[in-house]
Design a protein around this ligand. Structure first.
Ligand code: MOS
Length: 764
């Protein structure tokens, strides 16, 4: 952990809390199920995605990717491609512009990061099978793809490590994990384990998973004669990409405009700056044409990383009454020499259970594969699979109901940080979920429920995802006609970002919902953090709150001292924004509308821009969203086929800003959890690291018939330490989901599968 972080963290603990947001319990637009403002454009086809922006004389790019895992491309013969019809140019390391490698992924500096710090097309080194080696630009996509097939590459091979098992013995702890210590011990876990009345101690394996957003990654880049560049990009990080691309091409950030109005899914896969984006911008520079590079599904598998393989050990010791005496959770994940991302699989055990002793520890190995990256609740999703499977096993052996076991071990304070929770109602979420799901009707005995050949079982598991809030800036503009526009570079990938910030701003300004709009998805707007880590709602809300507070001061200055203003003699602290104007708090009817204030001041509009405060609350309190996942599974005794028949997620995620978008986010997460549990797995050729199932025909994501009806509940208890009391929900639904499936299957069959995905061969 860095010294600076340590100092800030210590200081934060002694700082007084910020006053809770006055909107914490407001009863206006927040909490209402508004439909997404981007919905009509999407369903009518009016929404334009990155690969759909027209530019004059646009050319199309295709990638040539490495077919070896490690070595050098000694010859890249482009002659035939150059001569092919329609080809404008072929770019390799020989003629690519000189470019600085982007900064590595770094959460302390969210403006500029990349999944890999490799130089891009600057030399002939090959670091993974699928690494782009050449870009062919042609008049049409078909011409580019055909010409790319004509590029001949000769290689010199270096020995490569592409198999986790081959080198897992070389695992070593990383220096830190997202700023947290890689290892941590409280008490004497080994001694406690040895002395426990009952123990479980097992290994859990999760495979490599690949991102498969509906919209494959795409870039459209166009340079202007003045040396500025416009980049339409399918990204979760509009502002971040601006800074990163400026760094790569040695430009001022203002010279780069990144636009992402709509994004067809990201889930972490579009958080970083990947090679294809840089290559598209470079190819546009070299060919002096506007260039579009839209990855094929196959190239998404090759060039875009996903979740790495992991092996985790969970050992639990307990007294006969269920009290945990030892909690040991260690894990090894893979990364690469140029990615260095240790997926935080041991974060959940640091916060979920009170245990007399705790040990967590993580190690990493370096594979020669596509750089691993953030994916669908990275860390917490695989970590909760291991931990929550182990807790279920312990409950079974102790003959204690698994929900009761969690209640017994619910901590009063964060067990490893020894600080208070900002707000935690996990047991309440279990209580509500159990009542609604009918948990009391479940038989704890495995194989005790059946319908013909179908064995039936129910399982539960805890969902857990931390609260991240990143610094953000927003601008709010009020017009004399009483309308407001909120501006931030933010992303809308379908989560409801625009909708919930409109609700938020309308409520804070006291305006009707249809008087507020939100401009986003353009790096010329005020900087936003990436839409990742389930952080966007609170991050942007904090900056919108700051901007509106600033706006209120400006309005007050305009009204103050005007004898005809009802607030002429008021102090600023005595004013509030409501009913479309600035009013006195103590005199309900006393105030004037924004329109009146602006008219008198002779202004068409007024605007304010402000940045949010540092997220010190997250250092003072243990902050997370929680949940209880309830799953019912049916397993065919003869074929091993698994069918999920019921799902209920009961969440504690702070105040729900919009029930419609929140339920949708949580359902989507659960669907991803189902894929993780039952169907998804990337296979690499052990000889050369090539992805052998790079398509949706061979990499199975859940489809409608794989997903049961999903009921969503929430506690809806505001978290006083976040803006508007909300917490993140984007990733929460994924966590605990795979364990709930595995636990339901155990209850159905008596088989404990610790190796995902749970395919039918593992149940026979
Ligand atoms: Mo998320 S995996 O932080 O986009």
């Amino acid at each position: 952990m860095s010294v600076i972080r340590k100092v800030v963290e210590t200081a934060a603990r002694y700082m007084p809390d910020r006053a809770p947001d006055p909107l914490m319990h407001s009863q206006g637009h927040i909490g209402k199920p508004y439909s997404r403002v981007d919905g009509p454009l999407k369903v009518t086809g009016g929404a334009r995605f990155t690969a759909e922006f027209a530019a004059e004389g646009i050319a199309h790019a295709a990638l040539v990717c490495s077919t070896i895992a490690k070595g050098r491309a000694t010859t890249i013969d482009t002659a035939a491609a150059q001569a092919a019809s329609g080809v404008i140019g072929v770019m390799t390391h020989v003629n690519a512009p000189r470019m600085k490698p982007p900064s590595l992924m770094n959460v302390d500096r969210p403006k500029a990061f990349a999944p890999s710090d490799l130089p891009i097309l600057q030399d002939n080194r090959v670091s993974w099978n699928g690494q782009p080696l050449a870009v062919v630009v042609a008049d049409t996509l078909e011409q580019a793809e055909y010409a790319a097939s004509l590029v001949r590459v000769e290689y010199e091979l270096d020995p490569a490590h592409v198999s986790f098992d081959d080198i897992k013995a070389t695992a070593a702890p990383p220096s830190d994990i997202l700023g947290e210590p890689a290892e941590l011990t409280i008490g004497n876990p080994d001694a406690s384990l040895a002395a426990a009345d009952l123990t479980v101690d097992d290994l859990y394996r999760t495979p490599w998973y690949h991102h498969n957003a509906i919209e494959p990654h795409a870039t459209t880049a166009a340079w202007s004669d003045d040396g500025t560049v416009m980049v339409f990009e399918s990204t979760q990080t509009v502002s971040g990409n601006k800074y990163s691309l400026a760094e790569v091409f040695a430009l001022q950030p203002e010279a780069v405009q990144v636009i992402a109005l709509f994004v067809g899914g990201g889930f972490g896969g579009k958080a970083g700056l990947w090679q294809h984006t840089v290559l598209c911008v470079a190819a546009a520079k070299v060919t002096r044409r506007a260039v579009r590079l839209s990855l094929s599904r196959k190239n998404v598998f090759r060039a875009i990383g996903g979740r790495t393989i992991a092996e985790q050990r969970v050992a639990l010791g307990a007294r006969a009454d269920g009290h945990l005496t030892a909690l040991i959770h260690t894990g090894t994940t893979a990364t690469t020499t140029h990615a260095r991302y240790a997926e935080q699989c041991t974060f959940p055990p640091r916060h979920l259970y009170a245990s007399d002793s705790i040990h967590v520890g993580q190690k990493v190995i370096n594979l020669d594969l596509v750089p691993n990256t953030w994916m669908r609740a990275p860390g917490e999703s695989i970590g909760t699979f291991a931990l929550e499977s182990a807790i279920d096993e312990l409950a079974h052996r102790l003959k204690i109901d698994p929900i009761e076991l969690r209640r017994i071990n619910e901590p009063a304070k964060d067990p490893t940080k020894n600080i208070d929770f900002s707000n935690r109602n996990l047991i309440e979420a279990y209580r509500r979920g159990a009542a609604q799901f009918g948990w009391s009707r479940r038989s704890p005995e495995p194989r005790s429920q059946r319908e013909g050949r179908w064995l039936i079982g129910q399982g539960v598991a805890t969902a857990y995802y931390p609260v991240y809030r990143f610094p953000a800036t927003a601008r709010v503009r009020l017009s004399a006609d009483g309308a407001a526009v909120v501006e931030a570079a933010a992303n809308e990938m379908g989560m409801g970002t625009a909708t919930v910030q409109i609700q938020h701003a309308a409520e804070r300004l006291g305006l009707p919902i249809d008087k507020v709009s939100f401009e986003y998805g353009d790096s010329r707007l005020p900087d936003s953090p990436m839409a990742g880590g389930s952080s966007q709602t609170v991050s942007i809300a904090a900056s919108v709150q700051a901007a509106i507070d600033t706006l209120q001061r400006e309005l007050f200055k305009l009204a103050r001292g005007h004898s005809d203003s009802p607030i002429a003699s008021a102090k600023y602290e005595q004013t509030t924004l409501r009913d479309g104007g600035l009013f006195r708090i103590d005199q309900p009817g006393s105030g004037e509308t924004y329109a009146a204030i602006l008219r008198r001041a002779g202004k068409e509009s007024i605007e304010a821009e402000a940045s949010s405060s540092l997220p010190l609350e997250a250092m003072k309190y243990s902050m997370a969203s929680y949940g209880a996942q309830f799953c019912e599974a049916r397993v065919n005794e003869e074929s091993g086929e698994v069918r999920l028949s019921r799902w209920l997620g009961s969440f504690d995620c702070g105040r729900v800003v919009n029930p419609k978008t929140t339920a949708s986010q949580l359902r989507g997460g659960i669907v991803m959890g189902i894929g993780m549990a039952l169907t998804e797995e990337t296979f690499f050729d052990r000889r050369n690291g090539r992805v052998v199932n790079p398509s949706l025909a061979e990499y199975y994501v859940p489809v409608n018939l794989d997903v049961p009806p999903i009921e969503i509940l929430w506690t809806d208890i505001p978290d006083e330490h976040t803006p508007i009391g909300a917490r993140g929900v984007g990733e929460l639904g994924i966590t605990g989901a795979a364990a709930a499936v595995a636990n339901a299957i155990f209850n159905a069959t008596g088989k404990r599968v610790r190796d995902l995905p749970i395919t039918l061969d593992k149940l026979l």
